[in-house]
Ligand binder design. Structure first.
Ligand code: NAG
Ligand code: NAG
Ligand code: NAG
Length: 451
């Protein structure tokens, strides 16, 4: 058109981007963003806590308890095992990751049935598992493995359609800039400008994560962390703006209030249906997130504990993120691998009632055995973890119709059922208990066409 301003392709692109850029840096706007659907559909993820703390292997808060709290047990551990004058930074070169095989990790995660994995890109110790330009001499390329641990895992996960999440701690216990800002009651932002924002932007641009699992927010308000500005950039203009999911740990009053989905506190597990999407994070080693040399086999969750917790969480609309702590060499301890594989083998049969399911109108009922419910399309799934002695399951809440059919996932054929007493619910005759059924550990009934 004659006389019209001509726009080059780049200008058009920028115009298009700004037309779509609609989130403003305040919680009202950011909280209103719909959560990308992959996250709710995924239901199950694996969390990985790995860093320099995996060297002393006494839990991920090692540095803080040893030199922040000066805890006597930690001081004794150091006296007994390391020469005088040994500093926390001296653990860095021993974090060698020499058997780190990200392809093998991705195979284990795939076998677990996880649809997303969250790796600690940086914990409160400040060591980055990628070559961060602003973490000079305290990152995995300069010190320890001399590898980009974050970068190497991503492609293997994506090959298996597993979403890649990065955990990132806002605070660093002993960073001098952070300590300075803290002394100033967080009226200065030296640390945020020099470290936090550049690193988060670097992570997003380099690795294009699907999820940012923020943590370490609790000492300072979100205005100190510039969280709303970061999130507005993330949602409007970043290369991951369409698929990115974030949690709720962006400032000291945020958890359970603001952000993407709710994590509230570690191991959060509500017993009523929350209004917003949430996630329970927990850890296979009940006593720690990072690998511990002194872990005992009975510190580790059992298969039934893991599976029943997964069911319970999904029933109430949550996602379940279960943690493993690899060794400093990059080995996922076989006891963790075994647990992950058992969840995966359970999910390979019962996942139909888990993945992409929705909470039903009733979450849970107690009768002869505890029952949890989910729903998908016109089906309702009923999970139970103890096999009733009389071989009969009574479900009070579902209302049968003329076309109701009942099956058990993993078995062929229809199960016999009758209406419950006083025309309420269903009484279902289970199949005969056999070794192969026992091996399934917990069971899922599929109710087709109930109300
Ligand atoms: C920080 O707050 C404390 C307690 O309110 C106060 O005593 C101190 O003077 C403040 N420091 C600065 C640098 O403002
Ligand atoms: C960070 O927050 C401060 C104070 O809230 C604000 O003045 C500044 O512009 C923000 N910085 C960025 C990069 O958004
Ligand atoms: C269990 O189900 C039966 C039959 O529907 C019912 O009479 C009974 O009250 C139920 N018990 C509980 C604890 O809900």
């Amino acid at each position: 058109m004659v006389g019209a301003v001509r726009l080059g392709p780049l200008a058009l692109l920028l115009l298009a981007a700004s037309a779509l850029a609609h989130y403003t840096p305040d919680w009202e706007s950011l909280d209103a963003r719909p959560l990308p659907s992959w996250f709710d559909e995924a239901k199950f993820g694996v969390f990985v806590h790995w860093g320099v703390y995996s060297v002393p292997a006494w839990g991920e808060w090692f540095w803080y308890f040893w030199q922040g709290e000066k805890d006597a047990d930690y001081e004794a551990f150091m006296r007994q095992n390391y020469p005088p004058g040994f500093s926390y930074a001296d653990f860095g070169p021993q974090f060698e990751a020499k058997f780190y095989d990200p392809k093998k990790w991705a195979e284990i995660f795939e076998a677990s049935g996880a649809r997303y994995v969250v790796l600690t890109s940086k914990h409160h110790e400040g060591y980055t598992l990628w070559p961060s330009p602003t973490s000079w001499n305290w990152n995995s390329m300069d010190v320890g493995p001399h590898r980009d641990l974050v970068g190497e895992l991503g492609p293997f996960l994506r090959e298996k359609n597993i979403h890649y999440g990065l955990y990132h701690s806002l605070l660093e216990w002993f960073h001098p800039f952070y300590l300075l800002d803290k002394e100033n009651n967080f009226t200065t932002q030296n640390f945020v400008k020099a470290k936090v924002l550049p690193e988060m932007i670097d992570l997003v641009n380099k690795y294009k994560p699907d999820l940012i699992w923020s943590d370490g927010e609790w000492e300072a308000p979100d205005t100190y962390w510039n969280s709303t500005e970061f999130l507005a950039w993330l949602y409007n203009d970043s290369p991951v703006k369409d698929q990115i999911v974030v949690n709720d740990r962006w400032g000291k009053d945020n958890p359970c209030n603001h952000g993407g989905y709710l994590t509230c506190h570690d191991k959060y597990k509500p017993d009523t249906l929350p209004k917003r999407k949430w996630e329970m994070c927990t850890t296979l080693d009940k006593n720690a997130w990072g690998y511990r040399q002194t872990m005992k086999s009975n510190d580790v969750m059992t298969d039934v504990e893991i599976i029943s917790e997964l069911i319970e969480v999904v029933t109430f609309g949550g996602n379940y993120l279960i943690n493993v702590g690899p060794t400093r060499d990059g080995i996922i301890p076989p006891i963790f691998e075994e647990k992950l594989r058992s969840v995966g083998s359970w999910l390979s049969i019962n996942g139909e009632g888990i993945y992409a399911s929705k909470p039903w109108r009733v979450q849970m009922e107690k009768n002869t055995t505890t029952i949890w419910y989910t729903t998908k399309e016109s089906d309702v799934y009923a999970f139970f973890i103890s096999w009733p002695k009389n071989g009969v399951v009574e479900l009070n809440s579902p209302v049968p119709t003329y076309s109701t059919k009942v099956t058990m996932l993993g078995l062929s054929g229809l199960l016999k059922w009758s209406e419950g007493s006083m025309g309420k619910g269903l009484v279902i005759a289970l199949p005969e208990f056999s070794p192969s059924i026992a091996n399934m550990k917990t069971w899922t009934l599929k109710l087709h066409k109930v109300e």
